[in-house]
Design a protein around this ligand. Structure first.
Ligand code: GLP
Length: 244
């Protein structure tokens, strides 16, 4: 695992955008997208490069990591809508090349299987962006999730519901607790992983991911098992790492 420590969140976003650009510039490629607030600064930097430095996403296909079950794609807080608002509607990726798990399906297990098949038939993900939850989750793979699982439905832990309540007017009861998420095995199939973490609230999870055992107690520790994983941190997120 390559660990890059940058002074602040803005520098972390530039470092992450540099890596995404390396993959996107030569195209065609398949990009795995993450939601959550952390990657937003990276998306803004990529939008800036699209506008000012002719970085084109016209030959990019994108797959989302996860989705809430029960929100329609037009619900402002669905991840489908969020990624459009935060990123894809401001670049030149074709709308119909952005895929996500079907959170409206009445058969989530089938929707999960179809999603894995769609990723496989697209030739897999070249570069997967990731954030990390304060309890070490990636995508919506909560602690205890097997390290080799495929896309599946899951129930959010109380910590994640409370962390995400800020997107639902601060109300924990408004956060959908059932989700579809790429499994840790699905995520590991990506040819390269790029995780961004900023802020003190992530410091403990970051230390467990990098220095703890690679096991389901910290789902993000699965990055230790990947041959091409890069972690970009700011100093606050790196603050609980031991001396090297
Ligand atoms: C959600 C998403 C994750 C994301 C996490 C952290 O649970 N499913 O993909 O990494 O939130 O989000 P944030 O970056 O807002 O702290």
């Amino acid at each position: 695992m390559d660990v890059v420590i940058t002074p602040d969140p803005a520098s972390a976003a530039v470092a992450a955008a540099d890596i995404v650009e390396e993959y996107v510039r030569p195209g065609p490629m398949t990009l795995g997208l993450a939601t959550g607030s952390t990657p937003v600064a990276t998306y803004r930097e990529l939008i800036r490069r699209h506008r000012e430095a002719a970085l084109s996403f016209a030959r990019v296909r994108a797959f989302l990591l996860d989705e809430y079950l029960g929100l329609t794609p037009d619900d402002e807080e669905s991840y489908h809508r969020t990624i459009r608002r935060e990123f894809t509607e401001s670049i030149d990726i074709p709308d119909d090349e952005v895929f996500g798990p079907d959170g409206t399906s009445s058969d989530p297990d089938r929707a999960a299987r179809l999603y894995d098949e769609a990723i496989r038939s697209a030739g897999g993900v070249d570069l997967q962006l990731l954030g990390i939850g304060s309890n070490g989750h990636i995508g919506f793979n909560e602690p205890g999730t097997p390290l080799d699982g495929r896309t599946h439905s899951a129930t959010l832990h109380r910590q994640t519901v409370s962390d995400n309540a800020r997107f639902f007017g601060g109300s924990t009861s408004a956060v959908p607790v059932h989700v579809l998420t790429q499994g840790l095995g699905t995520i590991r199939d990506a040819r390269a992983l790029l995780l961004i973490a900023t802020g003190e609230a992530k410091a403990e999870a970051v230390a467990a991911m990098i220095e703890g055992p690679a096991d389901p107690s910290c789902p993000a520790s699965v990055l230790q098992l990947h041959a091409h994983a890069t972690v970009i941190l700011d100093e606050a997120a790196a603050s609980r790492l031991g001396p090297h």
